[in-house]
Design a protein around this ligand. Structure first.
Ligand code: NOJ
Length: 538
């Protein structure tokens, strides 16, 4: 892999810091925990880590409510420790990508405090979206926008003189005021934040809600709530922001990169963010959301590659992250797709089937051309924890929908590292973690899975190592194999590598059974069993 273009085929491991490893024994994961586990990550065979937000935050939305973009959340560590971590990761040949949250900040960010104090028509309020309400006394929200976490996207403030006053916009929780990107001060601030972290050695940024920064002039009502365009997503003006950001990244001699988070319905609009003077890559949520179905997967893979080719951007392949139901659980259900509209909470799921398919999906994902993401715990085969007591749930989605949407806590339960009982080595001193772990996780610890040839962890280790050692994998092209039976996906990569996935209910004959590099289940002679992927040297 060209060092210069490392992101094009990288395997990027996502660390949700609160739940990864607790180094100081307070039940919350932290940078000390990550530093202690760097050898684990290096051994796993990944190229980069993406950290969810690590900034000081009241944690109303797990750190996506940032109070200070130039420091580290004290519960996680310090700026000096982050600098050490970046250096240590680099010593392991691991790149660092951090989250940047430009659409909104925390309500305790000094800018928002100043805006509240300064009152209507002040320059301080111009950094946000403050508006007078509709109705005779301004008692109604300024428009009909809904928060993505449920409820109205506007909250009314009490003015410094104690009267009910203006409303401010928040597309997420009411503790996450949206920033006003028509204000040049906001642009300057974020450009400076990029440089702040680039100067400290981070290799890239994952951009939260990358499509959302620009709002339509006049903040018009949403006309079509049913999946049509909305006046706060994917407006053309957003691209100019990323052109400026790209110039900043390109000003550094070694390659610094941007990964966009955009959930967009149109692959062509999506690809516009990946033009050569904008972002380097973006998460492929169409693949993540796709059911475990050969025809649908083939369509999504083909459409992904077709959308990325004209802009010469590498595709990415993602199965899980901190916002979605873990894929072992999804793949064990009757409906194997993912949708925010219905998480299918507690829908019956077969963990044996889900795990079998997750193994097959991992090998499919790692064989496709482009980059691949691994969300912490998927390498351990963790399921969604669906039975958390309501009292421990922290996700604002759960709170703002009064439990109608169960939220995302179930995929954020702290990792099991060792031992037979909670906290399974998450905190070395046995402190209870911030979310309770299930009783049955002893078999899922890193310790229990290490050296067990049938474990998920050893499958990921073998696959990631083969992937980085094999020049056919990562960035490049693929060609679908012709004439395969229904329900079977197969493709060649350049340089003699073939991947075949059997999603049909019956075993199928392998094209070259004597050249097996790796399979997600034992083969049956020359037959590829159902829900199994095989990598072949051809
Ligand atoms: C997307 C992040 O992945 C999610 O966790 C967060 O709640 C929203 N953006 C708002 O920042």
């Amino acid at each position: 892999m060209l060092q210069q273009e490392w992101w094009r085929g990288a395997a990027i491991y996502q660390v949700y810091i609160r739940s990864f490893a607790d180094g100081d024994g307070d039940g919350t994961g932290d940078l000390a925990g990550v530093r202690a586990k760097l050898p684990y990550l290096a051994d796993l065979g990944i190229d980069a880590i993406w950290f969810n937000p690590w900034y000081p935050s009241p944690m109303d939305d797990g750190g996506y409510d940032v109070a200070d973009y130039r420091d580290i959340e004290p519960a996680f560590g310090s700026l000096a420790e982050a600098e050490k971590l970046i250096e240590e990761a680099h010593n392991h040949d691991i790149k660092i990508i951090i989250d940047i949250v430009p659409n909104h900040c925390s309500d305790v960010h000094p800018w928002f405090a100043a805006a509240l104090a300064a009152g209507p028509d002040s320059l301080e309020r111009e950094r946000f979206w403050f508006r007078r309400g509709r109705g005779e006394h301004g008692e109604l929200p300024p428009n009909n926008w809904r928060s993505r976490f449920g409820g109205p996207a506007w909250t009314r403030v009490t003015e410094p003189d104690g009267t009910p006053g203006e409303w401010f916009l928040h597309l997420y929780s009411s503790r996450q005021p949206d920033l006003n990107w028509t204000n040049p001060e906001v642009h300057e601030e974020f450009e400076d934040i990029l440089r702040f972290w680039f100067n400290r050695g981070v290799d890239g940024f994952r951009i939260d809600v990358a499509d959302g920064l620009v709002k339509a002039d006049g903040l018009p009502d949403v006309e079509d709530a049913e999946g049509g365009p909305v006046p706060y997503s994917d407006l053309d003006g957003v691209h100019e922001i990323y052109r400026t950001w790209r110039r900043i990244a390109d000003g550094y001699p070694d390659k610094r990169v941007f990964v966009g988070e955009m959930w967009l319905p149109d692959p062509l609009r999506f690809a516009m963010y990946l033009r050569r003077d904008e972002l380097h890559s973006a998460f492929n949520f169409d693949f993540l959301s796709c059911p475990w179905d050969a025809g649908r997967l083939r369509e999504v893979i083909t459409a992904t590659l077709a959308a990325h080719a004209p802009v010469d951007a590498p595709a990415t392949w993602v199965l899980s992250n901190h916002d979605v139901t873990r894929h072992v659980t999804r793949y064990g259900r009757a409906d194997t797709s993912f949708s925010f509209a219905d998480r299918q909470h507690l829908a019956p799921t077969d963990p044996v089937l889900g795990t079998r398919r997750a193994r097959a999906a991992a090998l499919l994902t790692m064989a496709l051309p482009g980059g691949v993401y691994v969300y912490q715990g998927e390498e351990l085969g963790l399921s969604e924890v669906e039975d958390l007591p309501d009292a421990v749930r922290q996700d604002p989605v759960f709170k703002r929908t009064a439990g109608a949407d169960i939220g995302r806590d179930g995929c954020r339960v702290p990792l099991p590292w060792s031992g037979d009982a909670a906290p399974y080595g998450f905190s070395n001193n046995g402190t209870a973690p911030w979310l309770p772990q299930p009783a049955g996780w002893a078999a899922f610890t890193v310790e229990a899975q290490t050296d067990d040839p049938g474990s998920m962890l050893e499958l990921y280790r073998r696959a990631l190592r083969l992937r980085s050692a094999n020049p056919a994998l990562g960035d490049g092209r693929m060609t679908w194999l012709p004439d395969l039976p229904a329900g079977v996906l197969g493709f060649d990569r350049d340089l003699g590598f073939t991947c075949v996935v059997n999603l049909s209910p019956d075993p199928v004959e392998l094209p070259a059974p004597d050249q097996v590099l790796l399979s997600s289940q034992p083969l049956e002679g020359s037959l590829l069993p159902p829900d199994t992927t095989v990598w072949l040297r051809t």
